[in-house]
Each structure stands twice: as C-alpha cells, then as structure tokens.
Design a protein around this ligand. Sequence first.
Ligand SMILES: C[S@@+](CC[C@H](N)C(=O)[O-])C[C@H]1O[C@@H](n2cnc3c(N)ncnc32)[C@H](O)[C@@H]1O
Length: 378
Amino acid sequence: MNKIRLIVTCGFGLEAVVKRELLALGFPDTTGSDGRVEFDACPQDIPRLNLRLRAADRVLLKLGEFPAKDFGQLFDRTRQLAWETWIPVDARITVTGKCVRSRLASVRSCQSIVKKALVERMGERLGAGWLPETGEEFTVQVSILKDVAQLTLDTSGNGLHKRGYRAGAGEAPLRENLAAALVLLSFWDSGRVLLDPMCGSGTILIEAALIGRNIAPGLGREFAAEKWPALDPEDWRKARMDARAEILPAGTLKIFGSDIDEERVRDCRMNARRAGVEDDIVCERRDISQLEPPGPYGVVVTNPPYGINLGSPADLGPLYKAIDAVFRERQGWSVYVLTADKKFPDTFRRGKPDKVRKLFNGTIEVNYYQYFGERPPK
Ligand SMILES: C[S@@+](CC[C@H](N)C(=O)[O-])C[C@H]1O[C@@H](n2cnc3c(N)ncnc32)[C@H](O)[C@@H]1O
C-alpha cells in the first residue's frame, strides 16, 4: 500500500484537538504545531479523513519539503516532485501561497515560480507541449516558513467547516469546525445535558448533536479529491457507506438552546433540520436573564456577542451579569464561554477559570474560559 504524507490544517490553538481526533481515527504518530498536523497515511485515508474530521480546516497531501532560500532553489526542487502522479494533464492548476519569516517574501512570485516549475515538469513527463487547463481544478499550496518550503495539494476543496447545513445565520455565526472544537474541548459526552443559552443559528448545538450521534460532519458535501483520477472512487463510496452505518439513532440526546432573537431561533431549527438533527435539539426564544437551566447538572458551551460589529464590551456587562446570576451558584454546571472580551472573568464570579485557552475566531483573538462543574452522581 502506498504511503503518503498528509497535513491537516486547523486554527491556531486547536492542534491538540485535531491530534486527538486523528488518534481516535487510528493515527497515533502525529507531529506539528502552528495550525498544521502531519502524519503518514495511505491514499485510502483521504476520503475518511475529509468526511470525519470535525475541528480541522483542510486535509492537504504533502508532495515535498525542502530549503528554499532563493527562487532558483524553489524552482529546481519543485520541478523534481512527481506532480504527474496526482495531477492529470488537463487539470486547471491554481497555486496559493504564504511566506512567513523567510528570505522569499513575495508570495506572488513564489506562486508563479511554483506554477512554472510544475507545468514544465508535467509537460515533460506527460509528453505534452502545453497544458490545456480545461479539466478539474487542482489547488497547490506553497507555504514557506523560515526558508523551508512545503508543497501540498488540497484534497478538501471548500474548507471543512462548510458542512453544507447552514442556510440561516445571524451576524456572527461561529465556523462549524470551531464550534465542534469547543464541544470537543468541553469533554461533554452524549449522556449529559448540553446548553447554549445564546445559540444564534445553533452551530454549537448542531455540532454537538453530530458528535453525539456519531454523524460524520462531511456526509452532506463533496470534496476536491473526489474528482482525482489517482484515487479510487470505490474508496469514497466505501468511506461514505461506513460512516452512514455508524450513525446512532435520534432521540436520546439532551441538547438545549435559546436565544433572545426569534429569527435566530428559526435559523437554528432550520439548520438543525438540514443537518438531520432536528429531533436532537430543543430550541426556544428566551432572554438569558429568564433562563431556568434544565436540571442540576450539565454543560454550557456558548459564545456571547462580541467583536467589532456587536457592541463595545461595555454593552456586554448586563449579559455577563445574567450569566453570573444563573450559573454562579450552580456548581453542577460546567461553563465554557468563548469571548474576545477579557473582562468576562471579572463579571463571572464563580472563581478563577479552571482553564483559559487562546483561540482565533477568524482573525479575532478570543479566549475560551472554562469553569469545571461537579459531575452528576453515578
Ligand atoms: C455571537 S452570537 C452567537 C452565534 C452562534 N454561536 C452561531 O454560531 O450562530 C450571540 C447571540 O447572542 C444572542 N443574545 C444577545 N443577547 C441575548 C440575551 N440577553 N439572551 C439570549 N441571547 C442573547 C444574540 O441574539 C446572538 O444570536
């Protein structure tokens, strides 16, 4: 079986979550940091990983890694890679790039050098004088960090956060893979109550329901590598069939959401329906100040309004106070709050957070404040 090297990309701060997911999928030997996790795999793993990874951004096939201190080196080493194994002669080839702390700093120039080298190599190996670029799109990424270039092919296409279920959303919906990561970091399990009292379009609730029912998040979408002639379509069919066979029945989860805005509640219900988890989530309109938590034990995962368009931190005082009023004394509830507002722990007076994890919501730096509650008696 051919060995390949894969890189799973993710948001900064989520590498450990992705590594844990990979471990559960049978990849114990992973390395990486700075939003990239790398490991050995086989081509047959590409469908499975795209379908099942929850917190990841993309799955990239690594074709090479080498020092690239000047354009000559970048060109020569790119030309040595076996692009023709993966890319067909009629492919439309897009090269994306980034350069960080490197002598080669012009991303545009690196992109065009890579494209030139790759086209030259493919033309030579496939006996084509020129490449028509009329077929499927293949995206190559050149990523240069501290003068070392990594060249990869994107297997995912649209980012993995695009599950395909989101139709309605409010002003600041969380990315689906970040929402999944928040749930995975909370150590909520499907036997426990989960609540998002500011649920917006319901991303956290829906991702929890997908986790709770073991529904692979990518089942409702397509991936770039489905069109690759180098991969066996049977592997994609089988990966989908296996994932479907592992789905657990609806009706056992205890997932609750509420939001002050009726329109968001409608979005949440519609998105849950599109994700196939409408029977797993109860969502209603409610101001958090009127919230009565469903039972003495549970897990809150939420992201209150914050950020540039959603009012200054000063506006959020009453909201934080409401969270404090509901959950300060309720020690049976674990509380997980994602916010950019560093004042949150001053207002939520249950004590110091047990853990604070720095994450990014898009480009906004945020903190994930974690307050562990007592576990329910067995
Ligand atoms: C950042 S958004 C949550 C986005 C959500 N995680 C998603 O993915 O769509 C914050 C939400 O808090 C809601 N909200 C604001 N004040 C509230 C209150 N007093 N009680 C309940 N919800 C409130 C807003 O309507 C908004 O939908």
